[in-house]
Design a binder for this molecule. Sequence first.
Ligand SMILES: Nc1nc2c(c(=O)[nH]1)N[C@H]1C(S)=C(S)[C@@H](COP(=O)(O)OP(=O)(O)OC[C@H]3O[C@@H](n4cnc5c(=O)[nH]c(N)nc54)[C@H](O)[C@@H]3O)O[C@H]1N2
Ligand SMILES: Nc1nc2c(c(=O)[nH]1)N[C@H]1C(S)=C(S)[C@@H](COP(=O)(O)OP(=O)(O)OC[C@H]3O[C@@H](n4cnc5c(=O)[nH]c(N)nc54)[C@H](O)[C@@H]3O)O[C@H]1N2
Ligand code: SF4
Ligand SMILES: [Mo]
Length: 702
Amino acid sequence: MAFTTTPGADGDHITYCRVCEALCGMVATVADGKIVKVRPDRDNPHSRGHICVKGPALAEVTYDPDRVTTPLKRVGGPGEFEPVGWDEALNDIAARLSASIDRHGSQSFAMNTGNPPSMGWPSSMGNYLFSRAMDCTKLFTPSSEDITSVVLATELIFGTHGFVFPDLAQCDHLLIFGSNPLVSHGSLLIAPRFKEDLVEIAERGRVIVVDPRRSETARKFEHVSIIPAGDVWLLGAMVQTVLAEGLADMDFVERHCTGFAELKAAIDWITPELAAPRCGIDADEIRTLARDFVAAPRAAAMGRIGICRASYSTLTNYFLHLLNVLGGKFHKPGGVGWGHGGTATEAQSTGPGHARHKRHSSRVSGQASVWGTQSSLTFLEEMTTPGEGQIRTLLTVGANPVLSMPGGPRLPEGFALLDMMVSVDLYMTETSRHAHYILPATTALEREDINQFFMNHMVRPFAQYVPAVVPPTGQARGEYEILRDLAARMGRDGAFGNMTPFEMADGALQAGIEGQDGLSLAKLKANPHGVMIERGRWAFDFEKRIGHPDGKIHLWDDIAGDEVARLRAEPDPDPNMLRLINLRKLRSINSWMHNVDKLVRSDSPALLINPVDAAARGIDDGMAVKISTQWGTIEVVAEVTDEVRQGCVAYPHGWGHRGGWQGANAQPGRNLNEITPSTPDQAEQVSGMSWLEGFPVEICAA
Ligand SMILES: Nc1nc2c(c(=O)[nH]1)N[C@H]1C(S)=C(S)[C@@H](COP(=O)(O)OP(=O)(O)OC[C@H]3O[C@@H](n4cnc5c(=O)[nH]c(N)nc54)[C@H](O)[C@@H]3O)O[C@H]1N2
Ligand SMILES: Nc1nc2c(c(=O)[nH]1)N[C@H]1C(S)=C(S)[C@@H](COP(=O)(O)OP(=O)(O)OC[C@H]3O[C@@H](n4cnc5c(=O)[nH]c(N)nc54)[C@H](O)[C@@H]3O)O[C@H]1N2
Ligand code: SF4
Ligand SMILES: [Mo]
């Protein structure tokens, strides 16, 4: 079949989705200059025809009448804007940003970059280079609601942040902690046909899903129901079992690890009997889970956000790594390890010293920074607390923290104090309506891209370059272009260098990892459906990627020691407490696709509550209920279901819209982040991670 590579030309265009990390291949048909159809790309050798409902919905977003397609300048209160030209907008922004920074110092400038721009190469490079151009140390991202704890745990053990993920292709015993890949399609681990991989693993062996909710994934495989945030106890006791029963792979430990004796002594008290009431899983079952895992020759344990956002999430992820390492599953077929599919830039970025714990601890409450980003829970106080380094100017790029950050609804108190706030977005959102300027970004279908950053955590590494399907709607521009232009107008574009993002990508592709591959941008352009990178996942020397100066995996570490001591002093949980967990659904992506009618038509947010908990409160299915915490109360609709265990309720975030997206505004639901723990003292102190899973709530009929 013939394809065209000219943006906007009639015919079929090869592209890929950038809504989630699966990056599924798609074919978009253009007629009369407009996208009329989006279908799966069956010739994409990686996703092989897989897409979900959200991929084609990118076309609806592209042509959404509520989309912002010209620069907007605030002329009154929040939400009151008038269109302006690009030159006028960028000149005014540059002048006012420069003046404020001259007066208050570079520490007074902050950036908040969100999830969607991180899915693209030029957009993420634009953000990165602009933050460098501005010497920005106040970088807020969703990391502290997402990956900070796993990044820190990985740094402590391996001295690097390189993502450790399972070899789904060869594994035959997979433990999944706190992930629902049948809905999320995976994260920090790319396998677009994740479900197929899991079905095949289950055919060869077992897939065990540890989750407080009988999630879509748990339903299809073996489900182990856990008390929310109980994973630190379960994983601690599994590691203790491995140590106490002498099951550890001592050959690997002796060759590659330090700290074995210290670890063994420090956690001997986390017995399965002690852990059982704290995680809700019998002591015998905990032992069996540990023994079966170690005994399986090709086994892997993986975790994702369900274990990343509680008060011991760094330690939880630390124990998860230990389980894999001690169980003899690290850097082994069917086990876990670093990816080998990347390019030289990624090999370097997974090398020593990149996690940068505490490099820029926060000014007011001293919260740790991890991976160069700040804890979200310090965002408001950094804007409102006077003194040197108070945030005076803010750039948000593809982020909607008013809905997506804990305490988000209070952020406008800080926005109101800013000299200048600029948002680069597709919409006037709950966040960008407070900006002085909204600069219109392109959608994924309106920009060329390469999956550069993602190759390194693909189960089966794959490289693809795609041109834009259509030219930008109205006056929209790509983030890279916008930010480079803005930096130039401030005389700060030196950081952007002389190469385009694609020239940089080409250099990295040609360099390859350890001299292999023969990849180049030209080769990708000649193979528009993408190229599988054929090399063995384990065919490299993992010791070279360990970042600790001694070249060893550290089984024990002072920070982990402090966390274990803190855990030991943890009071017994209140057995009557209701704890809330978060919920992701197939037709939603965080806060930003709720203006697409075909997605929201059959997706409405409800609080899942167990029949026993509902009956105790006189709550029936479909009833309005109040969820309260010390941070506030929201009224939502209840769905009574034994899908959630007793003592656990679940609600999705990203709803409760009040922006310029009319369809989204008309949807039911409330902003969960009105009531999530939102003060800096509620962050996990070691990592700054937000507490989103298993925090206590009270529920009553409204
Ligand atoms: N459809 C859809 N896909 C998405 C997204 C989306 O919004 N919608 N978001 C994308 C993003 S930004 C990310 S980061 C990824 C996340 O990808 P995943 O980590 O797979 O995210 P979830 O689907 O939320 O799955 C988390 C699971 O953890 C469970 N859980 C909650 N609390 C606990 C706990 O204390 N212990 C344990 N063991 N489990 C717990 C939840 O019930 C849930 O089933 O998904 C991405 N994909
Ligand atoms: N309570 C609770 N809070 C959570 C989570 C949770 O599970 N529970 N999940 C957390 C996680 S894992 C994440 S990743 C974050 C997400 O946090 P954010 O990234 O801040 O939030 P999103 O809802 O993804 O908003 C993305 C914004 O980008 C805009 N946008 C979409 N596409 C583009 C584009 O191509 N370019 C530009 N410039 N803008 C674009 C959208 O209009 C929207 O305003 O939320 C976190 N917050
Ligand atoms: S799973 Fe859906 S949202 Fe994710 S990349 Fe594929 S089509 Fe896009
Ligand atoms: Mo995320």
